[in-house]
Design a protein around this ligand. Structure first.
Ligand code: ZID
Length: 238
């Protein structure tokens, strides 16, 4: 069977969960990467059986998630995490030093290394994550930091994931991300540089398909998604 790593699953409402289910129904083994601030809640909800009903596959069996990896896709490797930011996110979300250790070791480089150690290789890489801290602001009102943060979390995150996972992907494998048509048409409300981030993601998909296709025999695609009331979509008010 195939093995899939799905980055961007933190509950059972988003695209990542739905894609994981489809892959599980097709017989794939499921690994997920969960954003560190959401990790504790996700893992405890999984353990408490909060998602049991959402795990039921068309044939009546249950989806099993083999392993959940802490992931922060805005950092590539531990040295990239600015100290003040780590402390701030720890205070805001947990108030514990344990999470500081997590936060320092969960960029794509670390996670791909852990997956390699645990399982050797994967066949499918799914990028189902995005973040735009100023998404509710029109582009004209967006700060440089907000714009760059949107591109970092929503576009470069895919480059970084593919860069670190491609070497552990079996030839013939596939990678995919999720985009939105606001990249090419004006959708008021999709601000903060998120429209720019999706345009970059789409362009990068073509360049990466060329590069990674030749180097590793891996396909690279992106799907322009329809509306789904995920946590991220609710935050935008869509
Ligand atoms: P989600 O909240 O389930 O998934 C986003 C995930 O990203 C969450 O689990 C976060 O914890 C995680 N995350 C955020 N920052 C980081 C980080 N730094 N490191 C690691 N993880 C992080 O929401 P979702 O399922 O909507 O999002 C999945 C993908 O689908 C994203 O790329 C979206 O941009 C994309 N997408 C979603 C929708 C939608 O409707 N839900 C649309 C298009 C694309 C869309 O907005 N009409 C109106 C709107 C839309 C389509 C049509």
């Amino acid at each position: 069977g195939k093995r899939a790593f799905i980055a961007g699953v933190a509950d059972d409402n988003g695209y990542g969960w739905a894609i994981a289910k489809s892959l599980a129904a097709a017989g794939a083994e499921i690994l997920v990467g969960t954003w560190v601030p959401a990790l504790n809640i996700f893992e405890s909800s999984l353990i408490r059986g909060k998602f049991d009903e959402s795990c039921i596959l068309p044939d009546g069996s249950l989806m099993e998630i083999t392993k959940v990896y802490p992931l922060d896709a805005v950092y590539d490797c531990p040295k990239d995490v600015p100290e003040d930011e780590v402390v701030e996110s720890v205070k805001k979300d947990f108030g514990g030093i344990d999470i500081l250790v997590h936060s320092l070791a969960n960029g794509p480089e670390e996670v791909a290394g852990s997956v390699k150690k645990d399982f050797g290789s994967i066949d499918i890489l799914v990028h189902s994550l995005a973040n735009g801290p100023e998404v509710s602001k029109p582009l004209l009102e967006t700060s440089r930091n907000g714009y760059l943060a949107a591109l970092s979390a929503s576009s470069y995150s895919f480059v970084s994931l593919l860069k670190h996972f491609a070497p552990i992907m079996n030839p013939g494998g596939a990678s995919i991300s999720l985009t939105y048509i606001a990249s090419e048409r004006i959708i008021p409300g999709y601000g903060g540089g998120m429209s720019s981030a999706k345009a970059a993601l789409e362009s990068d998909t073509q360049v990466l398909a060329f590069e990674v296709g030749r180097k590793h025999k891996i396909r690279v695609n992106t799907i322009s998604a329809g509306p789904l009331r995920s946590r991220a979509a609710k935050a935008i008010g869509f």
